[in-house]
Structures are given as C-alpha cells and as structure tokens.
Design a protein around this ligand. Structure first.
Ligand SMILES: Nc1nc2c(ncn2[C@@H]2O[C@H](COP(=O)(O)OP(=O)(O)OP(=O)(O)O)[C@@H](O)[C@H]2O)c(=O)[nH]1
Ligand SMILES: [Mg+2]
Length: 459
C-alpha cells in the first residue's frame, strides 16, 4: 500500500548539478506535475498544451516574479518515467532554484529521493533493472570506453538475449512440471535432449558474460597499472610524465617512494589507473620494507605492470632475476629500459638483441613517454570491447550470472545422471530465479532500495 501511495504523488528535484551554472533544470514527475507548475507559472495555460512542447513565461510566488523560465512538457506516458513530467529550465543560481523548488513543494510536490525518477521509469516498464543500473553508470562514465559499455547496456545490452532464453527455459519448466502432475504415468512432454541443448545454449551466453566481467570491471574502474622496479629506476618520474603533473616526489635518493601514489588518465578512450610504488630491494628500514611488501602484493593484483630498469645501472644476472619474478606474477608486463640519455648507443643495441620486446626511453622526455602509451594500449586486449560485444560491468549482475551458471550446470548434471524430474525442475527454477534477478523480473524491496539509493537525487 505504502509503495503504491508513493508512486502516486508528484516528486520534484534539481536535475542538473548543484552549484552555479548558466541554467538549472528542475524536474517534476507525477500526475499533478503539470497542474502544480501551472499554478505558479504566468504564460500560457500549461494544462491546455500538447506533449513535447516548450513554453516561455515567469514563475511567480503570489505576485513576486522569481525567474523567467522555459517549461518543457511531457504528458504521460510519453516521458522518461511514463508519468506527466515537467522540466523547468531556469537561471542557474542556487537561490532561484531553491526558491522555485520550495514554492512547488508548498503547492504539493514532494522532494524526490535518490534515483526515484529512474525507479519510477523502471516500475512503469520503461526498461528493465539492468538498464536502469546502466543509467547510473552512464552518468558516472568518465571515459569513452565506460560510456560505450553503459550506453550499450542501457539500450538493451544482454537483457534481450537473457530474456529470450529465460522464456524458453520457462516453457521447459512448465512442461516438466506437467509431467510431474501425471506422476506415475510414463509421459514425456519435454524432450531431455532439447532441454539439454537449450541449457547448453544458455550456458554459453552466461559463460561469455561472466568472462566479460574482468574486462567490464576494468573499463568501468580504470585498468590498474602498476609501475614497478628497483629504487631510483625512475618510476615516480614516469608517473609524473604520464599524468603531466608533479604528483610524486622525485629524488636521487633511493627509496623515496614508500606508499602508493596513483591517478587516472585516459589513453585511447580507456581509463588507466597508474600506481607508482616503492622501489623493490632488500632493506632493513622497517617502513621501506612494508612499502616493498605492498609493492609485491600490488603487482599480483594489477592488470598490467610497467617494469622499469635503470639502464645506467644494469646488471645482467640481476636483471634476469627480476624478469623471472615478473613472469611468476602471471600479470602481463612491459619491460622498459629507462634513462636512455645516460647510456651509449652500442650498449642499448646489445641489450635490445637480448630483449627485443624492451622499450627504451627517458622518462623525463615527454615525447618518449608518448611511445609508451601506444605499447600500453597494445598490451590490454580491448579487441572484444571494440567489436561492440556486451560486457558486464556490474558486480550484482556478475554474482547473479555465477549463480545462474551453477544452477544450469546442475540441470545438465541431473539430466545426464537421469535424476528424477522433481530435482531437474528445482534446478531449472533456481536458474530462472537468478536470471530474473538480473533483469528485474524477480526483485525484492531491499534489492530495489539498495540499487536506487546509489543514484543521486534528481536522477
Ligand atoms: N638522466 C635521467 N635521469 C632520470 C630519468 N628518469 C629519472 N631520472 C632521475 O633518477 C632519479 C630517481 O628518479 P625517481 O623517479 O625518484 O625514481 P623512483 O624509481 O621513483 O625511485 P624510488 O621512489 O626511490 O623507488 C631522479 O634523480 C630522477 O631525476 C631519465 O630518464 N634520465
Ligand atoms: Mg619513487
């Protein structure tokens, strides 16, 4: 009852960011939004206007003019929320915005909760849950890649495919339940082979989506890229050059960096999170030792390691040891010979023969650091993403997909081992449940509250 009531009132919030801007857009949604706005608007009679029209006039509190505004009208169901929606474009002063919102609240609107506009759109079937979540991602996207992933999902993404396969599975589930009703009689409405085919097809889609999460996560949060190497190799110099900012302290004292220093930049449309670390060496300094241990741990969880060698200090035996350690991390890495300016050409040529994949540069030369960026892009395999495949970027979807996979595996196992229909039916129902969680066919109030509370107010 409570939630029904809530959906029937008219909500209001600022849709543009807080703070002073050229214009601010105040949005209302709900049955009364046009009527309430009309009460404070001087201009045309808004209640007599067509949907998708814009009207100039003033907002007045009694006879006091608050602002000159443009009113955009969207009449239900042709709006984002499928309710009557009004957007008031006013001048972007905090004072004006506050005055207008307060005036409309006095007239009967209610301040919107975080994500409430999007929640209403979802409730009215504008899109499914996965798409609603993509709206939040889209707003937060700060690189071309994350924008692309969110947009793809918002426009349907994998929802369509999952929905279709889920419906086929429902069909099988009902056939099997029908067989159960016939009990003793030996009837088979649902062919076990066909069922297995379908489940395998589903598993293929689900597995591909599960797999895409690694990439999706990276696209959303930035590719974690650790810069490592011995003390004084020039790691902090490289970080600063990449960021084009003096973020980390650079000095010729070995062991300058003790803690992680990180920041994000966008290369070729992909966000990379560069992490400068403490130089790797045996040390008796207690604090430096902690730093070294942290570096080692960080290297293992990185998506990529940029490993710096100081060319002016190369020791071949030592270098091979370091490369060995790198290979053991199992993380893709780039070997970079730094301080090119300090060594003879002949030496570099010799080293290049032994390590054809090593990149030689001076971290304090900006053009040379540009070359490194190309190599970084080559190393992360973004082909899949560029092909426009759907990637899962949301941890909630990832969890549900893993659960779905487990249930589907159990269905196959059940069929193969000829277990009784009740059990197969149960596993199918489980799989249906988890699949439904992704797109929102199956939701709980807690889940919805949790998802929409992560939105900002006005969205
Ligand atoms: N000539 C030359 N000097 C460099 C280059 N890169 C770094 N340096 C110098 O090498 C010294 C060490 O540089 P840092 O960037 O502090 O080295 P680091 O790897 O961060 O060192 P720690 O934080 O101590 O592990 C500084 O004096 C830098 O100016 C380079 O390409 N050429
Ligand atoms: Mg440093």
């Amino acid at each position: 009852m409570q939630s029904l009531m809530q959906n029937n009132d008219t909500i209001i919030a600022l849709a543009t960011p807080q703070g002073v801007g050229a214009i601010g857009v105040i949005r209302l949604s709900g049955p009364e939004s046009i009527k309430l706005t009309n009460q404070v608007f001087k201009g045309k009679n808004l209640e007599a206007q067509e949907s998708h029209t814009i009207h100039f006039g003033t907002i007045r509190d009694s006879e006091k003019i608050l602002d000159e505004v443009l009113i955009s009208l969207f009449i239900a169901p042709k709006s984002f929320t499928k309710e009557n929606v009004v957007e008031i474009s006013c001048h972007g002063s905090n004072f004006i915005i506050r005055q207008i919102i307060q005036l409309l609240i006095r007239k009967g609107a209610r301040p919107a909760k975080p994500g409430e506009f999007t929640k209403r759109a979802f409730m009215h079937g504008q899109f499914d849950l996965a798409q609603a979540e993509a709206v939040a991602d889209l707003i937060n996207a700060d690189s071309e890649a994350s924008h692309h992933a969110a947009l793809n999902q918002m426009r349907g993404g994998f929802s369509g495919e999952i929905k279709r396969l889920r419906e086929e599975l429902i069909h099988f589930a009902s056939m099997i339940e029908l067989e159960l009703d016939f009990g003793e009689e030996d009837v088979e409405f649902a062919s076990r082979d066909d069922l297995k085919d379908l489940v395998n097809k589903l598993l293929k889609v689900v597995n591909a989506l599960i797999h895409s999460f690694d990439l999706g996560n990276v696209i959303k949060n930035g590719v974690p890229t650790v810069i490592a190497g011995k003390p004084n190799a020039g790691k902090s110099t490289l970080l600063n050059a990449l960021l084009k900012e003096e973020k980390a302290i650079v000095s010729d004292i070995a062991g300058t960096t003790r803690d992680f220093i990180e920041d994000e930049i966008i290369i070729g449309g992909v966000a990379f999170r560069f992490i400068d670390t403490a130089g790797l060496r045996e040390t008796t300094d207690a604090i430096e030792k902690i730093g070294v241990e942290r570096t080692q741990a960080k290297m293992k969880t990185a998506s990529m390691i940029i490993y710096l060698f100081d060319l002016s200090q190369v020791d071949v035996v030592e270098m091979n040891k370091e490369i060995n350690v790198l290979e053991n991390t199992g993380v893709p890495f780039l070997k970079v010979g730094n301080k090119l300016d300090k060594v003879e050409e002949a030496f570099v040529e010799q080293l290049q023969k032994q390590h054809p994949d090593m990149l030689f540069l001076s971290a304090n030369e900006p053009e040379q650091v540009e070359l490194l960026k190309d190599r970084i892009l080559e190393l992360v395999n973004l082909d899949k993403f560029k092909r426009g495949d759907t990637v899962v970027t949301n941890i909630r979807h990832y969890d549900s997909l893993l659960q779905t996979k487990n249930s589907l595996d159990a269905v196959i196992e059940g069929i193969d081992n000829m277990v009784s229909n009740d059990f197969v039916a149960m596993d199918i129902r489980q799989a249906l449940h988890y699949l439904g969680e992704i797109t929102g066919e199956i939701t709980t109030d807690d889940l919805l509250a949790n998802i929409f509370s992560k939105f900002c107010i006005g969205k």
